[in-house]
Design a protein. Structure first.
Ligand SMILES: Cc1cc2nc3c(=O)[nH]c(=O)nc-3n(C[C@H](O)[C@H](O)[C@H](O)COP(=O)(O)O)c2cc1C
Ligand code: SF4
Length: 485
């Protein structure tokens, strides 16, 4: 796990909470239109995967309980977790890859509407991702996975030797030597686990992504509309396929990589296909990175250019995140897969309370401010959603006043206390369970275990009616606020 060089502890300081009258007069709790969707407040719970779907990606009772609990807090929007548009095995991650998923997904919409009294709008994040495998046992890698080439033979001076001998000799080499004998890609497969990249043009399924993805995203968006979602968020952020097309590291030579215009081509084609499928009266936006935070990656200047292009195309909202890439992920243990939130870019995405001087709150401020200015300067009013480390009312209100966003996104704080929104609006901010930014939840996500918050997951465990994690040790949803608000 990457740690900032200086480890200074930063505790959240929410300061003064507003009275109910102050909250009602605030910008944060004022309505805003996003595409064809009217939000009652400028608050937004971004996508968070809780690992509660079935192994085949279906909605389970635990998924419904999870979103119902968030909806009870009545944020302006809840974005349902990254949901797979392709039918590939990915553990308990929701899928929208087939019409058979529509009914289950519709039950999430129903649960959110009911629990929020119809107030909270519900979007769904649509994701495509490439294959990633666990880091192999060295013996298996050399015996089964590595294709022996003349290059390996030449390095070992074993041009005409039996392949078994070449494999055995490679296996004996120390890593420093292997780094010279294997190609960068082979060494990466050996030391991190195999991972597909959008630049693997030798693979037909990767070459063909621009042919497949617009139709797949469009079909998924059509299903979302049929299920009753208020809109869709195309996942163009973090370590996944569409973000990799936008990345400055994308040097595909087929017109879909290289310059900013070429890197934007597929994301724009996907949007055009989605728009054609769902029509102009349906809310469609995307989430992407204000800065990839990796060496040689897209920075805030690229991101501003992406934002202006997306706004010109008619995206209804632009939601910004930061970092979260595989490129600088920590080496996983043997038998585990790389996790994109373990390197410096991962830290920038979900910073914890031990931080450098800048601290974990609002690290995307400079980039999102510049991006919003660029969109406005180009004459577009597209709502910008951003946040990162937002837990306090004054902090959220200042975020809007400073022009860093039109809507504030609040992820881990909403997980720590889903009632944040109702509490603050009703003048009961002092009762908020403030997130400590310990990243206990993120560590559970890393191991694909049911995500919970350490501030509440041991509460009331003696009550037999409380639903628990598979190991029986943690409650699965935040306890109700007592007394009710
Ligand atoms: C458990 C967990 C799961 C997450 N899953 C997603 C996801 O599915 N899609 C996404 O775009 N971001 C995901 N994120 C990132 C959050 O949406 C958010 O960008 C990040 O937590 C920083 O915001 P915060 O400081 O308000 O928590 C996840 C974060 C957490 C903690
Ligand atoms: S476990 Fe709870 S307190 Fe810790 S970062 Fe996650 S939401 Fe915040």
């Amino acid at each position: 796990m990457w740690r900032p060089p200086e480890r200074i502890r930063h505790d959240p300081q929410p300061g003064q909470w507003p009275t109910a009258e102050e909250a009602v007069r605030s910008k944060l709790f004022s309505p805003i239109r996003v595409g064809s969707t009217l939000l009652s407040s400028r608050t937004w719970v971004p996508a968070m995967v809780p690992w509660r779907a079935s192994e085949s990606g279906e909605v389970t009772p635990a998924v419904l309980d999870w979103y119902r609990r968030f909806a009870e807090g009545r944020p302006g929007v809840i974005v349902i977790e990254a949901t797979g548009i392709a039918d590939v095995a990915s553990g308990p991650l929701l899928r929208i890859s087939h019409d058979s998923h529509i009914e289950g997904l519709a039950s999430i919409v129903h649960a959110v509407r009911e629990a929020s009294g119809g107030e909270t709008r519900v979007l769904i994040q649509l994701i495509d991702f490439l294959t990633i495998r666990r880091r192999p046992e060295p013996a298996r890698f050399f015996e089964q996975f590595l294709t022996i080439t003349d290059e390996h033979r030449r390095h070992l001076d074993l041009l005409h030797a039996d392949e078994g001998l070449v494999r055995a000799r490679l296996r004996e080499l120390p890593d420093e030597h292997l780094q010279r004998v294997l190609t960068a890609c082979e060494f990466n497969d050996y030391s991190m686990g195999y991972r597909e990249r959008v630049t693997d043009m030798q693979l037909s399924r990767i070459r063909d992504l621009p042919k497949r993805l617009p139709a797949d995203f469009a079909a998924a968006a059509r299903r979302a509309r049929q299920a009753g979602f208020d809109g869709v968020e195309l996942h163009y952020a973090h370590a996944y396929t569409m973000a990799s097309f936008l990345s400055k590291t994308n040097d595909r030579g087929d017109g879909y990589g290289g310059s900013v215009t070429e890197r934007l081509r597929l994301p724009r084609e996907v949007f055009a296909a989605v728009r054609r499928e769902v029509g102009s009266d349906y809310t469609v936006g995307c989430r992407f990175l204000a800065d990839e935070c990796i060496e040689g990656g897209s920075d805030q200047t690229d991101a501003a250019a992406f934002a202006v292009a997306f706004a010109a195309d008619g995206f209804d909202f632009l939601s910004l995140s930061r970092g979260g890439k595989f490129d600088d992920a920590r080496q996983p243990k043997i038998g585990e897969a790389a996790y994109p939130y373990t390197g410096r870019s991962g830290y920038e995405c979900m910073p914890s309370y031990y931080s450098d001087e800048k601290g974990p709150f609002g690290r995307n401020r400079v980039a999102v401010h510049a991006l919003r200015e660029a969109v406005r300067a180009a004459g577009f009013e597209t709502p910008i959603i951003s946040g990162g480390g937002i837990y306090g009312f004054a902090q959220a209100e200042a975020w809007l006043d400073e022009g860093n966003a039109d809507i504030v996104s609040i992820a881990r704080q909403a997980l720590a206390d889903p009632d944040w929104f109702r509490k603050v609006r009703s003048g009961a901010g002092a009762t908020v369970r403030v997130c400590l930014y310990t990243n206990y939840c993120e560590a559970l996500d890393r191991r694909h275990r049911e995500v919970t918050c350490e501030l509440w997951d041991r509460e009331g465990l003696s009550d037999p009616s409380v639903a628990r994690s598979k190991d029986g040790k943690r409650r699965l949803v935040a306890p109700p606020t007592d007394p009710p608000i």
